[in-house]
Design a protein around this ligand. Structure first.
Ligand code: AMP
Ligand code: ZN
Length: 492
């Protein structure tokens, strides 16, 4: 469908669109994106397991999927986006042993071990997840199917796999026979020669190979009826079955975090390709992980942070989105409150500039050069850091009229979702544009120390020392004011 030219561009050579290049985990290189159908993208994103509040690390996977969708739209594709809600059968380990996350959650919350209460619990966390999507300006996927409502599709797929002799029965369920699929593990990250790395010592002697995986897991006490007894679908199966139901046999893009590559995605490929005889997904894309203060996000380390907690701390959720976009989705990022403060300040500046200088400047056109540069950045495997830097270039560009600047920034906002379109629509300031204050607890240690020293100086009525320390804080980018509740700190 190339080349296409920007409307308003007078020089076709100058306006030629750069092709959309995406890094494909399957081939380990950037490739020109060509969907199965010319103008239409079918995308599947592995969604959350709704057994608890999702954390800010999970949200990177969904912001990444959203930027990908917006990039397809920028390239004039229509997009059908499916994101599953895992509300059954996801075991704590990648393998087939260990506890089911949903069952553990029922026990944690003192709820009855029934399918009804599992559904109810999952609904609560699913709704919370959707609130997070909205707060982060993530476009809602076209469909958000729940695994628990698609058990019939799972059963049908297992039946097909048994019929085609890709699956076998054991006393505790049905397993996929990896030896029957010569391409098993083609996405990488799996040890096809022996034990799955990281898995516990294999205990199921009925499995033909340690890397065979469950398609149906029997559970006589809880679960759905099936030809293989009551129980649960294997947790990889729901994605294969729901992708087939909503997107068809061959889809264009499949995404998730890098932890899903080795087992979950290799298993999805095996199930889908053996069941349908078609290539499952053309492009596999994976986001890197977020660490918190240099450490893996983990419940046992008590360092999980939810978006709601950030909001409670007074942050605009879009500051988190902004921060995510300052890193490329394939690089590891280290979350810290200092880093988030920087993004919160930048976002507030952007919003302020837009409201104070451009709100009324309607009727302009998108600058063709900047439009092209945005496309170049996003079409280069979603280079969002570059796109963000272009925003600041536009703001400083005095050769652009306020009208064109407004139109160009709104065009950028369509792709990046930083809240300018909402500001423009409301025609007034709807977000709090004053820079938010932060709790002292969330500040870096060296800053906390200066604040403590200043408090001591104030108590001792050493006013000039207190003033000096205020200056010192200011040189670190913090304004401090005193209130009856204690010091109020505002990052600049
Ligand atoms: P889960 O609910 O565990 O299935 O995870 C939902 C999505 O979040 C998956 O795509 C994971 O790969 C992704 N994910 C989990 N932890 C992180 C993290 N710390 N950073 C980025 N993505 C993550
Ligand atoms: Zn999945």
């Amino acid at each position: 469908m190339f080349p296409i030219f920007f409307s308003g561009s007078t020089d076709p050579a100058e306006g030629a669109k750069p092709p959309l290049m995406l890094f494909n985990t399957l081939t380990r290189k950037k490739e020109v994106f060509t969907p199965v159908r010319d103008d239409y993208v079918r995308m599947y994103n592995c969604g959350p397991t709704v057994y608890s509040y999702i954390h800010i690390g999970n949200l990177r996977a969904f912001v990444f999927a959203d930027i990908l969708r917006r990039t397809f739209l920028l390239n004039s594709y229509k997009v059908m986006q499916v994101m599953n809600i895992t509300d059954v059968g996801h075991l704590v380990s990648d393998g087939d042993d260990g506890d089911d996350k949903m069952t553990l959650a029922l026990k944690r919350e003192g709820k009855a071990l029934t399918l009804e209460s599992m559904y109810e619990l999952a609904t609560f966390y699913k709704d919370s997840f959707i609130e997070d999507l909205d707060a982060l300006n993530i476009k809602r996927p076209t469909v958000l199917p729940r695994a628990s409502e698609h058990i019939a599709g799972d059963i049908a797929m297992v039946e097909t796999l048994i019929e085609k002799q890709y699956a076998y029965r054991t006393s505790d369920g049905v397993y996929f026979d990896t030896a029957r699929f010569s391409e098993y593990g083609k996405l990488g990250g799996i040890d096809t020669g022996g034990q799955r790395s990281g898995a516990r010592v294999e205990v199921n002697h009925e499995k033909r190979s340690p890397i065979d995986f469950a398609l149906w897991k029997r559970d006589d006490n809880l679960g759905w009826e099936s030809p293989w007894g009551r129980g649960f679908p294997g947790w990889h199966l729901e994605c294969s079955a729901m992708a087939l139901e909503y997107l068809g046999k061959e889809i264009d893009v499949h995404t998730g975090g890098i932890d899903l590559i080795g087992t979950h995605h290799n298993n999805e490929i095996a199930q889908s390709e053996c069941a349908t005889g078609k290539r499952f997904a053309r492009y596999w894309m994976h986001n890197e992980f977020i660490n918190i203060e240099g450490t893996k996000i983990s419940k046992s380390l008590k360092n999980t942070i939810s978006l709601k907690q950030l909001i409670e701390h007074g942050y605009n959720p879009l500051a988190y989105r902004y921060w995510l976009l300052t890193g490329h989705y394939r690089t590891k990022m280290n979350f810290s409150f200092t880093a988030l403060d920087g993004s919160a300040t930048a976002l507030t500046r952007l919003h302020r500039f837009f409201v104070e200088k451009l709100l009324g400047a309607k009727g302009g056109v998108v600058d063709a050069q900047y439009g092209l540069q945005l496309l170049e950045a996003l079409n280069d495997d979603l280079d969002t850091p570059k796109a963000i830097s272009l925003i600041w270039k536009i703001i400083k560009d005095d050769t652009l009229s306020p009208k064109d600047k407004r139109a160009t920034l709104l065009h950028f906002d369509k792709a990046l979702g930083l809240g300018l379109i909402t500001l423009a629509k409301n025609g007034k300031v709807s977000v709090q544009l004053s820079v938010k204050t932060v709790s002292v607890d969330s500040l870096p240690e060296d800053i906390k120390k200066i604040i403590e020293e200043r408090e001591k100086a104030r108590e001792a009525k050493e006013w000039s020392l207190a003033d000096e320390l205020r200056e010192k804080l200011s040189s670190h980018g913090y304004t401090i004011e005193d209130s009856s509740e204690g010091p109020v700190v505002t990052p600049r």
